[in-house]
Design a protein around this ligand. Structure first.
Ligand code: NDP
Length: 275
């Protein structure tokens, strides 16, 4: 078991359970080298977005890797100012061009822009039906957004990508997703490395001969959550992928659950500045 491990989405598509995030990785040399090294290490899942402005570099690295396109899972997202039916279709085509591909593995609505996300979703349904995205989903949707979306949707979201790490349990949203067969992907899965000195995580790291980041990523994995840790450094990319050779006990999983403080590092979806 390793980076080839996948999670099955409800339409049967398999998504690698560990991917590489590239938020705040610069377009050009930096993103190209990051993705290239991750692919060499064995990553087969890259998480980008039009907002990150690095899709071209991602696409070049994928192409130059020599790995067949259908062995690499690419996620990208429609940004807030690209939402609406026609706008989202255009945004999708721009992403395809930048990534240099003719299909996306997973296309997500980046944030639930009020009064827009339903029209945007109709565009994603069309993209999916046209066979240009293998799966479609949302990001930063709370249960009330999902409820509202699903009332009119013909195709239900397959994924919800949310901020989630030990200090932000997202219990309600995760339960809602579980009940509706929506796979959960954690963004900032290691909490942007802001509290890896937490004593509990350090103790467990020592016990298993692992790092605190690996303990947190393993906790996600054992919870069935898809993870997309970001690192531009090959050594950390390797570290973040090496979580398949130890197992946390039920009691240890619960202790990590106990770190929850409902502590967000990013915006709350209901208070986001959608201007
Ligand atoms: P992460 O939790 O992945 O943390 C990344 C930070 O931790 C970087 O500063 C990185 O530095 C450092 N780091 C990585 N690995 C280790 C390690 N093993 N030990 C110590 N430090 C480490 O946060 P992100 O916010 O980047 O989230 C991951 C991905 O999620 C993003 O890249 C993006 O793809 C996605 N995302 C989606 C959002 C959405 O709204 N849908 C919002 C935010 C993120 P360095 O690179 O120097 O190693």
């Amino acid at each position: 078991m390793g980076l080839e491990t996948t999670t099955k989405l409800k339409n049967g598509v398999e998504i690698p359970s560990v991917g590489l995030g590239v938020y705040k990785v610069e377009e050009g040399e930096q993103v190209y080298e990051s993705v290239k090294s991750a692919l060499e290490i064995g990553y087969r899942h890259i998480d980008t977005a039009s907002f990150y402005q690095n899709e071209e570099g991602v696409g070049r690295a994928v192409k130059d890797s020599g790995i067949p396109r259908d062995e690499i899972f690419i996620t990208t997202k429609v940004w807030n100012n690209e939402q609406g039916f026609t706008e989202a279709l255009e945004a999708f085509n721009r992403s395809l061009t930048k990534l240099g591909t003719d299909y996306i593995d997973l296309y997500l609505i980046h944030w639930p822009v009020p009064d827009k996300y339903k029209d945007t979703w109709r565009a994603l349904e069309k993209i999916y039906r046209d066979g240009k995205a293998r799966a479609i989903g949302v990001s930063n949707f709370l249960p009330h957004h999902l409820d509202d979306l699903m009332r009119d949707a013909e195709i239900r979201p397959m994924v919800n990508q949310i901020e989630h790490h030990p200090k932000l349990a997202q219990t309600e949203t995760r339960k809602f997703c579980r009940d509706h067969e929506i796979a959960v992907e954690a963004w900032s899965p290691i909490g942007k490395a802001t509290y890896l000195d937490e004593p509990l995580l350090c103790d467990l790291a020592e016990k298993y001969g692992k790092t605190a980041a690996q303990v947190v990523l393993r906790w996600h994995y054992q919870n069935g959550t898809i993870i997309i840790p970001k690192s531009t450094r090959a050594s950390r990319q390797r570290e973040n992928a090496s979580i398949f050779d130890f197992e946390l006990s039920g009691a240890e999983m619960e202790k990590i659950d106990g770190l929850d403080q409902d502590h967000r590092l990013g915006a709350h979806p209901d208070n986001f500045n959608y201007e």
